[in-house]
Ligand binder design. Structure first.
Ligand code: SF4
Length: 323
């Protein structure tokens, strides 16, 4: 069994809400509220949930692209939450991010060579000639050609731009890639090409992925295990096969019932959730899902269910299941 490359413990990211003439703090938005999980070396952990559930904030907080409010993140044996800003900058070469919108994340005034070279320049790696060689090699690795180095971001299609985004993340030979909705902005036909590329690269380079998406079918394709988030908290986490075949949490069951099945006999009955996702500025007490759950009880309204392993590494936060 591979060891854990990433251990996230009780991660929280709260944003203050200010108001009044003096801009006093009048509340907090709990974007990420006590999230814990691990990712093994060489594994892909999918993180899914509706927009605003805190999955992207989780990815950025654990990389310290935004500073977490509380919690501990251990990466490759190092507690990175205790590192100084300088130490963190050096550590970040091993932990890279691929963004959802490759166009917005690529500087339109720089050609691809300059964009891909930049991480090497920042970290003082290689001579100019070595850096240019690495750029050309990396373009080939992601299925582009070395002549693309002189072109500008607007000269590429969405799928090609995401390949460039992946190439940029790989320039420093990272161990972990946080892929934040990397295919959501792409056409369905292009999505599978980019997903296949990511899987090939994982095999060849031994990469570990935290793959964030709102679409359960996308995550299934690529993940070894999947975690489901709701209102800033993880509500279920299991290996992909178990999660898709035997989802336990009422929220996961509702999400999965909306995913079209290729096998009409195996099609699930659609579960329509009542109401909207409550505001993270004012989340319901107890189980945060209780305002929409078809199985709600009195206990659910007042007692927060613990996120616990109910057997075989299947974690769930719901009073219907006890460890
Ligand atoms: Fe539903 Fe209660 Fe389980 Fe929450 S704890 S998901 S409200 S049954």
């Amino acid at each position: 069994m591979a060891e854990d490359l990433l251990i996230v413990k009780n991660l929280k990211k709260y944003y203050p809400i200010t108001g009044g003439v003096f801009g006093k703090e009048i509340g907090v938005v709990k974007a990420v509220d006590d999230v814990s999980f691990t990712v093994k070396r060489g594994e892909t952990l999918g993180l899914v949930g509706e927009s605003g559930c805190g999955k992207s904030t989780t990815g950025r907080s654990l990389l310290r692209l935004i500073e977490p409010t509380a919690g501990e993140v251990t990466f490759d044996g190092v507690n990175i939450t205790a590192l100084t800003a300088d130490e963190m900058r050096r550590m970040r070469r091993h932990m890279q991010i691929v963004f959802q919108d490759p166009f917005a994340s690529l500087n339109p005034r720089h050609n691809i060579e300059k964009i891909l070279e930049e991480p090497l320049v920042v970290h003082g790696i290689g001579t100019p000639a070595e850096r240019k060689k690495r750029v050309r090699e990396m373009l080939e690795v992601v299925g582009l050609s070395s002549y693309h180095a002189q072109r500008y971001p607007h000269q590429f299609s969405g799928g090609q731009r995401q390949r460039i985004g992946i190439a940029r993340a790989l320039m420093l030979n990272p161990k972990l890639i946080v892929a934040d909705e990397p295919v959501s902005a792409l056409d369905v036909s292009i999505q599978s090409q980019v997903l296949n590329l990511m899987q090939d690269l994982q095999r060849e380079l031994g990469l570990t992925y935290l793959f964030i998406a709102h679409d359960l079918s996308v995550v299934r394709h690529i993940s070894d295990r999947v975690g489901v988030m709701y209102l800033g908290r993880l509500v279920e986490l299991a290996d992909s096969e178990t999660l898709y075949a035997h989802p336990l949490h009422p929220y996961t069951r509702a999400l999965l019932s909306a995913v079209p099945s290729p096998d009409p006999d195996a099609a699930r009955e659609r579960i329509i959730l009542q109401g909207d996702v409550p505001s993270p500025a004012n989340p319901p007490g107890g189980c945060t899902f209780h305002t929409r759950c078809p199985h709600v009880t009195e206990e659910c309204r007042s007692v927060r269910p613990a996120f616990q392993d109910v057997g075989g590494g299947h974690f769930i936060a719901c009073h219907l299941y006890k460890a």
